[in-house]
Design a protein around this ligand. Sequence first.
Ligand SMILES: NC(=O)c1ccc[n+]([C@@H]2O[C@H](COP(=O)([O-])OP(=O)(O)OC[C@H]3O[C@@H](n4cnc5c(N)ncnc54)[C@H](O)[C@@H]3O)[C@@H](O)[C@H]2O)c1
Length: 256
Amino acid sequence: MEGLQDKTVVVTGGASGIGLGIARVFVGFASRVVIADRDGGAAVKAAAGLASRGMCRGVACDVTDRASVDRAIGEVEAEIGPVDVLVNNAGVSSAVPFVELSDSEWARVVAVNLTGVFLASQRVLPPMLERGRGRIVNISSMAGKEGLPQLAHYCATKFGVIGLTQSLALEVASSGVTVNAVCPGVVRTPLWDDPASGILGQMGGERAWDAFVGGIPLGRPQTAEDIGHACAYLASDHGANVTGEALNVSGGQQMH
Ligand SMILES: NC(=O)c1ccc[n+]([C@@H]2O[C@H](COP(=O)([O-])OP(=O)(O)OC[C@H]3O[C@@H](n4cnc5c(N)ncnc54)[C@H](O)[C@@H]3O)[C@@H](O)[C@H]2O)c1
């Protein structure tokens, strides 16, 4: 895809799952990729795993903490160059009946999924506006367009990400910066399977997974690379006239 070579691409939450797939796709297009993850060790390890394919490095970054975001992006700017593409991918979830949802769980999910997008975008945007170019791609979800039981907190953040995306896209449209969202359907990652926090354990295990996958018209769940390719398109020259979009990558499971 044109326009990705030698671009500096930061993927938050890129040490695992979808973010790692996104990083892999951008490395494949010869971008200079930075995996920015709360787990700095995992970020460095994941980047080392991609190093044989191209340029990739890892950096510790907690997207809920403005100082941490500032430190990580500052490091990228000093050592690689200004950020051309930010993929706000870091996200967490849990499945909890609404009446049992604690203040702390609500706050945790909002902090990572929504405040994290705010903080990282606000940090990279001024240099993008100054240079008159840049791309921000936010990972929302199918759950950002339609509510799901036990996921009110998660859905609220993912709807919020689309609202933020549309508002910011309009606000910076005249500057040459585009802001879009990608809405994955289902990708089998630790978000589903993690023994401590995975939502499958809370939703009925494999039966719940089968129910999700059974509803996919194209007949298979998404891969992390499916999501990566959508991000790459939006960040490439081919996506230059697309902004404020929330692109479904759900095998036809969601069509609005
Ligand atoms: N897996 C799916 O089916 C699915 C579907 C729709 C949307 N999504 C979204 O895709 C994104 C990635 O999800 P995933 O399934 O790959 O999850 P995952 O659990 O595999 O990966 C999430 C990554 O984010 C990192 N992270 C968590 N908190 C962070 C923080 N405060 N700062 C920086 N990094 C942090 C974790 O360390 C981890 O590496 C999330 O935004 C999620 O909501 C996932």
